[in-house]
Design a protein around this ligand. Structure first.
Ligand code: SF4
Length: 264
């Protein structure tokens, strides 16, 4: 349990509007003075980034919540969403993050990364091959690192008592990895990380965002997650179509049998 006095100012890294609703409500419930920080260079493409930025601004207005926005960028310091640069940076930075986990603490790799993905990525790296760094769950390490470091740095620079993240609300994110990266950033910038498991509010948050009419995105953020989400959707549609075709065939076969019995 983190110890931050009631009334203290806390910086909440906001991954998007809908995911921020319940963390803000919870932190305010603990008597904290919340400021949100929208910094998500992982959101692709540019029109999607804009949609989520607008949704975050609406949440700020609706909740009377101060929101700090980083200029639109795909990489820290870049001026516009640049998908290729982001993917290139993942390929370069993720192996470094993995190597750090391997050398830092034994057992962290298997605890924090999906077993096969992490093991394969690190062993390929050891053997000088190309690690599978773009795999979901592995690539996310750097995506979290960039955002947690920026949040910790800002919290320290602006004198906040601690920082936290709305990423801790999502059931789809890699919770333990977010915590590990936030704790690392806290050590690096010497500012407390305020941990709460906001996932307990999952359904409440969905209902609340629908009630407010906030835009809810269909994929995590990066272009890779969008491609994967689209592929999953296509598979679901194909499965449903196959099921419908099988039912239709069964119905027609039954009808033909009945006609046969009736001698029609
Ligand atoms: S899937 Fe989500 S958390 Fe992982 S790299 Fe893409 S945007 Fe970041």
């Amino acid at each position: 349990m983190n110890l931050v006095p009631r009334g203290a100012r806390i910086l909440l890294h906001a991954c998007c509007g809908p995911c921020s609703l319940m963390p803000v409500r919870h932190l305010r419930g603990e008597g904290l003075d919340v400021t949100a920080y929208f910094f998500n260079p992982n959101i692709h493409p540019a029109d999607e980034y804009e949609r989520r930025r607008v949704a975050m601004r609406q949440v700020g207005e609706m909740l009377d919540l101060p929101v700090l926005f980083e200029p639109q960028s795909s990489l820290p310091g870049a001026s516009a969403v640049d998908v290729a640069a982001w993917v290139g940076a993942l390929e370069m930075e993720v192996p470094r993050c993995l190597a750090g986990y391997e050398s830092d603490r034994e057992g962290e790799m298997t605890r924090l990364f999906p077993a096969q993905a992490g093991e394969r990525a690190s062993s390929e790296q050891r053997e000088g091959g190309k690690p599978d760094v773009l795999r979901e769950g592995v690539r996310c390490v750097w995506c979290y690192r960039v955002r947690m470091e920026a949040s910790a740095r800002l919290a320290k620079a602006r004198g906040f008592a601690a920082f936290s993240s709305s990423l801790l609300y999502s059931r789809y994110q890699h919770h333990e990895l977010i915590v590990a990266e936030a704790e690392r950033a806290a050590r690096l910038f010497k500012v407390p990380f305020f941990y709460r498991d906001f996932r307990t509010y999952w359904q409440q948050g969905i209902d609340y965002s629908r009630e407010l009419g906030i835009y809810r995105q269909k994929w995590c953020g990066c272009i890779l997650s969008r491609t994967e989400a689209e592929a999953r959707k296509k598979q679901r549609e194909e499965r449903r179509a196959a099921l419908r075709a099988a039912r239709r065939a069964e119905h027609e076969a039954n009808a033909a049998r009945k006609r046969g019995r009736a001698g029609i």
